[in-house]
Design a protein around this ligand. Structure first.
Ligand code: SAM
Length: 186
């Protein structure tokens, strides 16, 4: 496993242990639901607009408290009206235009009642990170990356080179600089 993925999993596990496992979890966007085992929840709802991934998630987790919906989060209503006590959005905001980040985060926060929101994004989305810090009750936040990410970020290389070029460094486990937030929602 690459170093930055290992760090992500370590932080997620630590925070989930810290807040106590929650019974109703919403995962946007779940893809093929590879993170379900982290949550130990009795009800897990996964959303994604990729039909193939949703079909694969459904075949891996047929019933038993797992539900998956194909939807475009930017345009479709959330298909489950009941509120959740944990909502997660990981490795997904980088697939969504930055101008829509605040809309997505606000919409996700409305799905939670008396619970938590976990948002992960590349830390280059500075204004989205600031939006989270200013407008939400951020209980924990962390930054992490792969072996070269610290060097690239202090020298400013990651701001000059587009991330596509930097992907060429993935064999060195570059890993972009990542940020993750744990937010309390009343
Ligand atoms: C890299 S995957 C993230 C999977 C998982 N959350 C993780 O942490 O590995 C990003 C997912 O976002 C989904 N996605 C992107 N934009 C979306 C949108 N507007 N509505 C629903 N799903 C979207 C893609 O289909 C893709 O499965």
């Amino acid at each position: 496993m690459k170093l930055y993925k290992f760090k992500f999993r370590r932080i997620l596990n630590k925070w989930l242990l810290g807040i106590g496992f929650k019974d109703r979890v919403l995962d946007f966007a779940c893809a093929d639901a590879k993170f379900t085992h982290y949550f130990y929840c009795s009800e897990y709802v996964g959303l994604d607009y990729d039909g193939e991934r949703i079909a694969s998630a459904k075949s891996r987790f047929p019933g038993g408290g797992y539900e998956f919906f194909q939807m475009d989060f930017l345009t479709d209503p959330v298909p489950v009206p009941e509120k959740f006590n944990l909502c997660v959005c990981t490795h997904t905001l980088s697939h969504i235009e930055e101008k829509d980040h605040q809309f997505v985060i606000n919409k996700l926060s409305k799905c939670v009642e008396d619970g938590f929101l976990i948002i992960h994004l590349p830390s280059r989305y500075f204004s989205t990170c600031q939006f989270l810090q200013k407008n939400f009750d951020v209980m924990q936040s962390a930054r992490y990356g792969g072996r070269l990410s610290h060097f690239f970020s202090v020298t400013g290389i990651d701001r000059v080179l587009p991330s596509l070029l930097l992907k060429g460094f993935s064999y060195l486990d570059y890993g972009s600089n990542e940020a993750i937030f744990l937010i309390k929602i009343k």
